[in-house]
Unconditional design. Structure first.
Ligand code: PEP
Length: 255
């Protein structure tokens, strides 16, 4: 990654953990990264554990992310959680457009955009996920798919708003499969994303952090981080163990 950008590692805990388990895991992560000065670190527990984890991590180096939000602030939207409520619970960021939501829950590009803009309004950092399926990659459609998702997600954002987002490239075929993208495959797409952001603002493109996600492990993060446009990791399975997540942060931050 380039010196101009500070590495960022976020653990996506998905649908895992009681409140007590989440607080314990967060505590272990906080203690494990206590000596890490050169990276931003976040964990994303389930909604039910957000407040308790945020309280435990208060004033420390690890921040809290949510895994989704709605785009309205309040009203008759049964089951939804607003960005303002997440901020109130202690969140600093929110993962949006994760492929599991796109594939299993029918989340559309337009919804990702509405959510991201609402999150920005509430002072949260949207971590916007994009990624192609294996069929799309095999058909040579990777960059076209990324372009469509990216343009839709970033539509109608001002330059100042663009400057506050984080983007995560997560090839769907690499998520939870143990098969990570090669550093060269990741770099190709990360560079493509940065170039696309540069078409809106060169200054933002130089600063925007683009995380890689998809079977990140302690033993593959260094090679990924060695690529110029890889600025950190969005980590699923390996973030459920404090030991492996802390090793990923330490290895990744030291490249
Ligand atoms: C994810 O779901 O964001 C992810 C990257 O998962 P995993 O690390 O388990 O592939």
């Amino acid at each position: 990654m380039a010196q101009a950008r500070r590495p960022f590692f976020c653990g996506n805990w998905k649908l895992n953990g009681s409140i007590a388990e989440s607080v314990a895991l967060a505590t272990d992560v906080r203690n494990g990264v206590a000596t890490v000065r050169d990276a931003d670190v976040a964990v994303a527990p389930s909604f039910t554990a957000l407040h308790a984890v945020a309280k435990r991590l208060e004033d420390g180096p690890v921040s809290v992310a949510a895994q989704d939000c709605f785009w309205e602030e309040k009203g008759a939207f049964t089951g939804e959680v607003s960005p303002g409520q997440l901020a109130d619970a202690g969140c600093k960021s929110v993962i949006l457009g994760h492929s599991e939501r796109r594939q299993l829950l029918g989340e559309l590009d337009a919804a990702v955009n509405l959510k991201a803009r609402a999150a920005l309004k509430a002072g949260l950092t949207p971590i916007i996920c994009v990624g192609e399926t294996l069929a799309e990659r095999d058909a040579g459609e990777t960059l076209g798919r990324i372009l469509a998702q990216l343009d839709a997600a970033l539509a109608d954002m001002s330059e100042a708003e663009l400057g506050r987002i984080v983007i995560a490239y997560e090839p769907v075929w690499a998520i939870g499969t143990g098969r990570n993208a090669t550093p060269a495959q990741a770099q190709e797409v990360h560079r493509f994303i940065r170039t696309r952001v540069a078409s809106r603002s060169a200054a933002v493109a130089a600063k925007v952090r683009i995380l890689y996600g998809g079977s990140v492990k302690p033993d593959n993060i260094r090679a990924l981080m060695a690529e110029e446009d890889v600025d950190g990791g969005l980590v699923g399975g390996a973030s459920l163990s404090a030991d492996s997540f802390v090793r990923i942060v330490k290895e990744g931050a030291s490249v």
